[in-house]
Every structure is written in structure tokens, then in C-alpha cells.
Design a protein around this ligand. Structure first.
Ligand SMILES: [Zn+2]
Length: 425
């Protein structure tokens, strides 16, 4: 195993120092380290962060390997600075048994570019009718701790209650895609002034807020951990603020695109902007940004949702919802929060690792800590070219935009997965 001496790096925004990586861990830190056997990386001007952790990634394998595979998604993640991703269960077949989650987990190990932690479905086939084998998935080699029907809401309150009760036994968490399905039938975009102007059926904010309100009450009643996926409205922030003040064990995520893009994008009719929940208003963005800074929203999660060309480059009404996110998330978050490195480390690494219970991730580089880390050049600016992305899909909403920050290197347990901004393999 090669040793690496990273010279003159700012650890989470601190004064420049050296980091020696050996045998998979950070062996030493301090100025003027020497290690004759180590490969030296000059990191002057770079910031070291704990490897990023994504709680919400769609890897599409098994079933839609034309859109993404565990390997291509892992490579995209490493290039984005990630060392661990949680893979959503809406594959084909659905990850609702020990067999499927173990398959995804094994594919992640074989790719070896990030740790792939499978998420298990809450209900069989995501159909919302009966609970999947949550215990068997928790006991499997994949050790599933997060359960989600993402893509669908667990709309039945009795099933949601039972899922929350069940996961309590192994300190699991239910991650809810909050969308009251009766309120979003036929919805094409955010319900508001723009949808009225375009004559498109709206997805009202209350469809999200009503489910979050119900579920925080259920979580409080049961005493379980609840996580809310992709919070998108100002009203949801207020419900979460209230719940957290009451001591409810709820955490929440926001996506980069909901921090940056508004429903005005729908006026282009370019389906790259179609996503679920939909892009909201500037007022929602302002509330989400404030909630992320304050901690009412705990983490940034990508909702990386690759889609094949035929599912995306068609009429708006027929296009599948979702956007790529792994290779641009750090840049968007840096753009939104500014160079607040401690806050970025908290929202993109430490807190998601805690929620997912991922040992060895989300730890600041320090002696004895597993060397899961990423090096960022905050001064770099790059133009996003879809053809250059490592994802198998091309549905990025940031095509040809210039974004701040560039991932220079990523290490997984001391082995580089990215060097000089390029995937090692
Ligand atoms: Zn979702």
C-alpha cells in the first residue's frame, strides 16, 4: 500500500499543514513532515474535507444499467469528492429483500471507488401495501439501516407507523419521500404563478408539508428516527423547525438543485429541469438556504437521478423526473454557503455519516482516523460539460454553467480514487 504525504493542505479551512497517509489511515499531521517512502502531493491552496457522504443516490443497478451502474455511479461519486453513498431502493428488481441489497452491496465492493451502502425498501415492490423484510435486510451482509420507498411516498399512515416501530429495534431510520399522492395527481411542476401561466398541472407545496407534519407526529408518538428526503418548500422548513423544537428525532436533507434553481426554469420546457419534488420559488430557496445554515435542515443530499436519453429528451409531460448531482454537489454547495468549510463538512459528510451510521466516514482528517478524505481547490472554476461526466447519463441541469471549486483528489481508506481531478480507474 502506497503512503501519501499531502503537503501544505488546509484541513477543513484551518492553517496549512501536512498529512501523512499510511496503511489506510491518517498516520500523522503537522508542519514539515518527512516520509522518504511516500508519494508527495503538493496541496498548497487546497482544502481537505472528510470524504463526502451522500444519503440519497440512485445507482439504477440492477435493472437500468443503460442509465447508470454501481460502478459508473461510484466513479461519479468519487469525482465529486464522495467516499460513501447510500443507494436508493427503486431498482428493478426493487431492493426489498436481503438478496437484492446484498447484490448492490457486493457490486459496490467490487467497484471499490466509494462505500456503497444500500437502502432497503419500506414496502414490497414500493407498492405501499405491505412491509418488506426490514429485519432480514438489517441482518444481511449489507447491514441496512435506512429504509425508503423513495420515488414513492409511504402514504398509508398505518404502514408508516409500523415501519417506524420496526426499525427502532436496530436504530434504523425511515427516509420519507414526502408527497401526498392524491394532491399531486397529474402534477407536472410546482403549483404557483408559473404553472398557472403555462397551464400545467401543479404539485402544491402542501402535498409535501402535510406528509412531513403527519410523519413527525408519528415519529414522536413511536419514538423512532425519521428522515425527510429532498425538502423543497418554506412551509416544510417551518414544520421541521417546530418538530425539532419539540425534540422529535427527525433529520432532513435538501438537494443542491432545490438550493439554486427555480420553477421559472419550466418556462423553457426543457425536461432536464423536471424533477420530483419540483423546482420551487425564490422564496422557497431563501428559506431552504437559511434552514441549511441554521441546522433545521441537517444535510445536503444529491438525489442523483440518472436517466437514459429516451427517458429525458422527450416532451416535458412524458419525461422522467430527476437530475444528475454527484459530480456537481460540492460546487453548488460552495456557491450557496461560501467557503464555510466547517459547515460544508458538517452538512455533506459528518451529519450524513451519523444519520446513516457509517463507521469510518464523516471524520475530520486526524491521526488514527481512516483516510477517507477529499481535496478541494476552492479557487478553481470549471465549465460543466455533460459529455465529460463519469455518469452514464447526461441529464445535468448545469450544462455549460461555470461553477466554483474542483475536486483534485479523493482517498478511500488511504487509496486514491481520484488524482489530479481524474478517476484513478
Ligand atoms: Zn424522492
Amino acid at each position: 500500500m502506497t503512503a501519501y504525504l499531502i503537503r501544505n493542505v488546509s484541513v477543513v479551512g484551518g492553517a496549512p499543514t501536512d498529512l501523512l497517509i499510511r496503511d489506510g489511515v491518517v498516520a500523522e499531521t503537522g508542519a514539515g513532515l518527512t516520509a522518504p517512502d511516500a508519494t508527495v502531493l503538493d496541496a498548497t491552496g487546497l482544502v481537505a474535507l472528510p470524504g463526502l457522504v451522500d444519503l440519497h443516490t440512485h445507482l439504477r443497478e440492477p435493472g437500468r444499467e443503460d442509465a447508470e451502474t454501481v460502478e459508473s455511479g461510484s466513479r461519479a461519486a468519487a469525482l465529486g469528492g464522495y467516499t460513501a453513498v447510500c443507494a436508493m431502493a427503486n431498482t428493478s428488481p426493487v431492493a426489498d429483500t436481503a438478496g437484492v441489497v446484498e447484490q448492490v452491496w457486493r457490486l459496490g465492493r467490487e467497484a471499490g471507488l466509494v462505500d456503497v451502502q444500500p437502502i432497503g425498501a419500506v414496502t414490497v415492490g414500493l407498492a405501499g401495501e405491505r412491509l418488506a423484510e426490514l429485519g432480514a435486510m438489517a441482518d444481511s451482509a449489507a447491514r441496512v439501516r435506512i429504509f425508503s420507498d423513495d420515488g414513492h411516498c409511504v402514504a398509508d399512515p398505518k404502514l408508516m407507523r409500523r415501519a417506524l416501530e420496526y426499525v427502532k429495534a436496530f436504530d434504523g431510520v425511515v427516509a420519507q419521500h414526502a408527497e401526498e399522492p392524491r394532491l399531486t395527481e397529474g402534477a407536472q411542476m410546482h403549483e404557483g404563478e408559473v404553472s398557472t401561466r403555462l397551464g400545467l398541472t401543479g404539485w402544491p407545496a402542501v402535498a409535501e408539508e402535510a406528509i412531513i407534519a403527519r410523519d413527525v407526529l408519528l415519529a414522536e408518538h413511536v419514538g423512532s428516527r425519521l428522515h425527510i428526503c429532498h425538502v423543497s418548500t418554506a412551509g416544510s422548513v417551518e414544520v421541521l423547525r417546530h418538530a425539532k423544537a419539540r425534540g422529535v428525532k427527525v433529520t432532513a436533507e435538501v438537494t443542491p438543485h432545490h438550493l439554486l434553481l427555480t420553477d421559472e426554469k419550466a418556462t423553457t420546457y426543457d425536461p432536464v429541469y423536471k424533477v420530483n419534488p419540483p423546482l420551487r420559488t425564490a422564496a422557497d430557496i431563501a428559506a431552504l438556504r437559511a434552514a441549511l445554515a441554521e441546522g433545521v435542515i441537517d444535510i445536503v443530499a444529491t438525489d442523483h437521478a440518472p436517466h437514459a436519453v429516451e427517458d429525458k429528451e422527450c416532451e416535458w409531460a412524458y419525461a422522467r423526473p430527476g437530475m444528475l448531482g454527484l459530480e456537481t454537489a460540492l460546487s453548488i454547495t460552495l456557491d450557496v454557503l461560501g467557503p464555510q468549510w466547517d459547515l460544508i463538512a458538517e452538512r455533506m459528510s459528518r451529519a450524513p455519516a451519523r444519520i446513516a451510521g457509517l463507521d469510518g466516514h464523516g471524520l475530520d482528517p486526524a491521526p488514527g482516523v481512516p483516510a477517507n478524505l477529499t481535496l478541494v481547490d476552492p479557487a478553481a472554476r470549471r465549465v460543466i460539460e455533460p459529455a465529460e461526466l463519469a455518469s452514464r447519463s447526461r441529464n445535468t441541469p448545469y450544462a455549460r454553467m461555470t461553477l466554483p471549486g474542483r475536486i483534485v483528489a479523493t482517498f478511500l481508506r488511504g487509496e486514491p480514487t481520484v488524482l489530479d481531478g481524474k478517476a484513478v480507474r
